[in-house]
Design a protein around this ligand. Structure first.
Ligand SMILES: [Zn+2]
Length: 315
């Protein structure tokens, strides 16, 4: 039904899934850079198509709105919200068996992504980036309070909080949280371009400005991580640096991320949510991708039929 050979393919009808090299036909689960390419034909949710058009200028797309089956010769495709970023989707391929590909997903709530819906399937191919017991997110209210308090303390001292957040997804979620808490927010232009698509898709982010030069009074500045390519803008002199990422849950992350505050606001499932997802899908076979092999070992120790997706898997 599918095979893996340096990328994931459904074999009948043949199309790639989240392969980041151009293919004749491919499903794209969401618009993050490591999942996208210019394909001959793209299947994706309508919002992901809007984001792809902005990022890559893709044409020839077939929109798969969530919950609406799309018939192809030999299989039916249905998308389900993945809860990762706006427009992100899981893909259910119903043919001889039911195969669910999760893509990046999160079960717990997000300020901006549609809540995840998880169907049952025979074969589960799951993203498991945080498949280690070290990664258990604190309650969401705790993390949101930590963000709001850190930003509030900086502004009260006349210092600009600079929040480093991925330009697509995390930056918009942080914006929504901070504008809802009454803070003035200023976004790097790369982020503002993505935010405009969120707003046009009906996901309101509140009032925010676009950064050109430092505002006169401190506001929350939302900038991409240094690892993401973006135009250079001079920051104010007095800043406090904040990272928002699941990796903040690990010891020493502040030092590694080169920030004063690391807040574990993640858009991925944590260890417990990965197990919860398996419970919901109730699959006969599990393939894990993007995560530690120890997660597969853990699933096997629980008696679950799991293996790593990779090195020429065939099923
Ligand atoms: Zn992603």
């Amino acid at each position: 039904m599918f095979y893996y050979d340096d990328g994931l393919w459904i074999d009948r009808p043949r199309f790639a899934i989240d392969v980041c090299r151009g293919q004749r036909a491919a499903f794209i689960s969401h618009a993050h850079g490591d999942h996208i390419a210019r394909h001959g034909l793209t299947y994706a949710t309508p919002i992901t198509i809007n984001l792809l058009q902005h990022r890559l200028g893709v044409r020839n797309c077939i929109a798969l709105p969530c919950g609406v089956p799309h018939d192809l010769p030999g299989a039916q495709l249905t998308t389900y919200p993945a809860g990762h970023i706006l427009g992100s989707a899981m893909l259910l391929v119903s043919g001889a068996e039911r195969l669910l590909y999760t893509g990046d997903f999160k079960l717990s709530p997000s300020a901006t992504a549609e809540p995840a819906e998880v169907p049952r399937a025979d074969i589960l191919i799951m993203e498991s980036s945080f498949g280690d017991p070290r990664f258990r997110w604190p309650p969401r209210e705790t993390v949101v309070d930590q963000l709001i308090n850190t930003v509030g303390e900086a502004i009260a001292k006349g210092v600009f909080p600079v929040i480093r957040a991925y330009a697509l997804g995390k930056a918009q979620e942080v914006t929504r949280i901070l504008t809802a808490a009454g803070f003035a927010v200023t976004q790097h232009p790369v982020i503002a371009a993505m935010s405009a698509i969120y707003e046009a898709s009906g996901c309101s982010l509140g009032n925010y400005d676009v950064y050109r030069t430092a505002p006169e009074t401190p506001s929350a500045l939302i900038f991409p991580p240094r690892t993401q390519k973006a135009g250079y803008y001079e920051l104010p002199t007095r800043t406090v640096r904040i990272a928002v990422t699941g990796w903040a849950a690990t010891f020493g992350s502040r030092h590694q991320l080169d920030v004063e505050h690391a807040i574990p606001l993640s858009d991925h499932a944590d260890f417990d949510e990965l197990l919860q997802c398996i419970d919901m899908v109730d699959p006969k076979q599990i393939y894990c991708t993007h995560g530690p092999t120890t997660f597969v070992d853990h699933l096997r120790s629980l008696g679950l039929p799991a293996q790593v997706l990779g090195a020429k898997t065939l099923a």
